[in-house]
Ligand binder design. Structure first.
Ligand code: BG6
Length: 488
C-alpha cells in the first residue's frame, strides 16, 4: 500500500535524529518505491539555510553513512525543502503556512501534512499550539498527523500535562507517539510467533513458564549525548519506553484482530497490570549502576562521570536491573527480570523464556530447562533449547538447540524501525504507536523508582566498562537460585 501524497514537516531539522535516522529512513523508503507518487519533505528549525544549502548538508551525510544510488539521491533531494523558523515564536509559523501552501501546489499534496516533532521535548507542547493558531492542525482539507518522538514526558505528572496540552489541538487518532523498538521486525514478530503457532501459546503462561529475562545491552557509552543523558538515565532513556514496550509484546493477551484499537487495548491492559513497586519493595527488586573508567581490551575507557556534558559528581544510572511482576491470571507469580545498560560487553537485545522443568528427574543427568531465546538484535532470530539423549550407554540428557536466523530468509531486507514506522504514520496506521493510556501506565509504574533514585539514599553501584554490570544485579537472580544468561 502506497501512502497518499503529503508534506512531511520535520521540526528539529538540523538535529542529530533527522540526519542519522529520519532522512536515511525516508531515502530508503524512496529507493524501495514505498513513498507516495509525489511528496515533499520540509525541514524546519532555527538555523538559516536555503533549500539548496540544506539539501547539500543532508546529501553529504547521507552518502557518507548509507549505501545509496547517485541518480536516486538526486531525485530524492528534489523533494526536500527547508524553512528557518523560531519554533517557539507563534508569528513565525506564518512562514510555515506559506511554505506548506507552496508545496501543496508543487507536489499535489492535497493538504495532507505529517508533522514530526524531533525537537527538544520542551517544545512538544508549544509547536501544536502555534500550528493551531495558524489553522495548520485542522483536518477537512487533507489530513494532519503529529508524530512525537520520545521522551513523552519526564515523569508521570509531566506526561499527563503534555498529553493535555497536545490534546487541546490534536485528537488522539491524529497523534503518533513513536517508539522505534515497536518498528523493529523482531519485536513485531513476537506477536506472530505467539499468536500464529499452536505450539507456543498454550504454554505461554504461569503453568509452564518459570521466569522471563529481557536484556537490552549496549556496548557504547553515552557518546556525544552526555548533556541529555545525565538528566535522563537508563530508566527514562530505555526502560520506561523501549523495554516496557517489548515486555508488553511478550506478555499481552491476543488481540481479537490486528488493528490499532484492538492491539493497543491489549498493550495498555498489560502495562496497567504491572505490579506497583513501593518504597519498601524497591530496594530488593532494583539495582542501579554507573560505569567507571577501566581498560577494555587494553584500551582505557572513560568512566561515565568523565564523559562530555556529564556532571562529574553525577548519580545518574547507566545500568538498571529490575525484577517485576504482572498481576493477572496469565502471569501471576512469574518474575520478569529486566536489565539494560551502556558500556556492557556487547550490543544485544534479547528475550529469554525459561520454561519449567519436568516434574520428576528420571535420568541421572537431566538437561537444563527448555529455553526460548528471542534475539531482537543483532543477528535477529530465535533459538529453542531442549534436552536430547547423549549418544552412548545410559540415559544422559544434554542440551541442544534449534536455531533460526532471519538472514536465512535470503534476499529479504528488514526495514529499519524508523522506515516501518514512518510508512505506517504516512498510511494512517497507528497500531505500532503508543497510545496515551499506555504511556501513562508506563510512567505510573516507573514513578516510584524515579522518586527512589532522586533520594539521597538510593544505592548506585559502579561497574567497570565492558562488564555485565554490577555484582548486585547477579545477586538479584542468585538469591532466587537463578542466573542471567550472558549472550555473546
Ligand atoms: C534510544 C536511546 O532511544 O535508543 C539511546 O535514547 C539508545 O540511548 C537507543 O542507544 C537504542 O536503540 P537501538 O535501536 O540502537 O537498540
Amino acid at each position: 500500500l502506497k501512502p497518499e501524497n503529503s508534506t512531511i514537516t520535520i521540526f528539529g531539522a538540523s538535529g542529530d535524529l533527522t540526519h542519522r535516522k529520519l532522512i536515511p529512513a525516508l531515502y530508503h523508503l524512496f529507493e524501495a518505491n514505498k513513498l507516495a507518487d509525489d511528496f515533499a519533505i520540509l525541514g524546519v528549525s532555527r538555523t538559516e539555510f536555503s533549500d539548496e544549502e540544506y539539501r547539500e548538508k543532508l546529501r553529504q551525510l547521507l552518502v557518507k553513512h548509507e549505501k545509496t544510488q547517485p541518480e536516486l539521491v538526486d531525485e530524492f533531494f528534489k523533494h526536500v525543502y527547508y524553512q528557518a523558523v523560531d519554533t517557539a515564536n507563534a508569528p513565525d509559523y506564518e512562514k510555515i503556512k506559506t511554505r506548506l501552501e507552496e508545496l501543496e501546489y508543487l507536489h499535489s499534496t492535497h493538504g495532507n501534512v505529517l508533522y514530526y516533532l524531533s525537537t527538544p521535548p520542551s517544545l512538544y507542547g508549544v509547536i501544536p499550539e502555534c500550528l493551531a493558531a495558524h489553522g495548520l492542525t485542522k483536518e477537512g482539507h487533507g489530513w494532519k498527523r503529529l508524530v512525537v518522538e520520545k521522551p513523552f514526558g519526564y515523569d508521570l505528572e509531566s506526561a499527563i500535562l503534555l498529553d493535555a496540552q497536545i490534546h487541546n489541538f490534536f485528537e488522539e487518532q491524529q497523534i503518533y507517539r513513536i517508539d522505534h523498538y515497536l518498528g523493529k521486525e523482531t519485536v513485531q514478530n513476537l506477536l506472530v510467533l505467539r499468536f500464529s503457532n499452536g505450539l507456543f501459546e498454550p504454554l505461554w503462561n504461569r503453568n509452564y513458564i518459570e521466569y522471563v529475562e529481557i536484556t537490552g545491552a549496549e556496548a557504547l557509552g553515552v557518546e556525544e549525548r552526555g548533556g541529555y543523558y545525565d538528566g535522563s538515565g537508563a530508566m527514562r532513556d530505555m526502560f520506561q519506553n523501549h523495554i516496557l514496550q517489548v515486555l508488553a509484546m511478550v506478555a499481552m493477551e491476543s488481540p481479537a484482530v490486528i488493528n490499532a484499537d484492538s492491539l493497543r487495548n491489549e498493550v495498555a491492559k498489560v502495562l496497567q497490570s504491572l505490579h506497583p513497586l513501593n518504597p519498601e519493595t524497591i530496594e530488593e527488586n532494583l539495582v542501579l549502576g554507573q560505569y567507571t573508567s577501566s581498560k577494555v581490551r587494553g584500551i582505557e575507557q572513560a568512566g561515565y562521570r568523565q564523559e562530555k556534558g556529564v556532571n562529574p559528581e553525577s548519580r545518574t544510572e547507566t545500568y538498571m536491573a529490575l525484577r517485576l511482576q504482572i498481576d493477572n491470571w496469565r502471569w501471576s507469580g512469574v518474575p520478569f527480570y529486566v536489565r539494560t545498560g551502556k558500556r556492557l560487553p556487547t550490543r544485544v537485545t534479547e528475550i529469554v523464556i525459561h520454561f519449567k522443568r519436568t516434574p520428576h528427574p528420571v535420568f541421572s543427568q537431566n538437561a537444563p530447562e527448555n529455553k526460548l531465546i528471542i534475539r531482537v538484535q543483532p543477528d535477529e532470530g530465535i533459538v529453542m533449547s531442549f534436552g536430547l539423549k547423549q549418544p552412548g550407554a545410559g540415559f544422559k540428557a544434554q542440551e541442544v538447540a534449534m536455531d533460526f536466523h532471519y538472514e536465512d530468509l535470503g534476499e529479504t531486507t528488514l526495514l529499519s524501525g524508523y522506515e516501518r514506522l514512518l510508512l505506517d504514520a504516512l498510511n494512517g496506521d497507528a497500531s505500532l504507536f503508543t497510545r496515551s493510556d499506555a504511556v501513562q501506565a508506563c510512567w505510573k509504574f516507573v514513578q516510584p523508582i524515579l522518586d527512589y533514585k532522586a533520594g539521597l539514599d538510593a544505592k548506585l553501584h559502579g561497574y567497570a566498562c565492558g562488564t555485565w554490570g554490577p555484582k548486585a544485579a547477579d545477586e538479584l537472580m542468585e538469591k532466587e537460585g537463578r542466573a542471567w544468561r550472558f549472550p555473546c
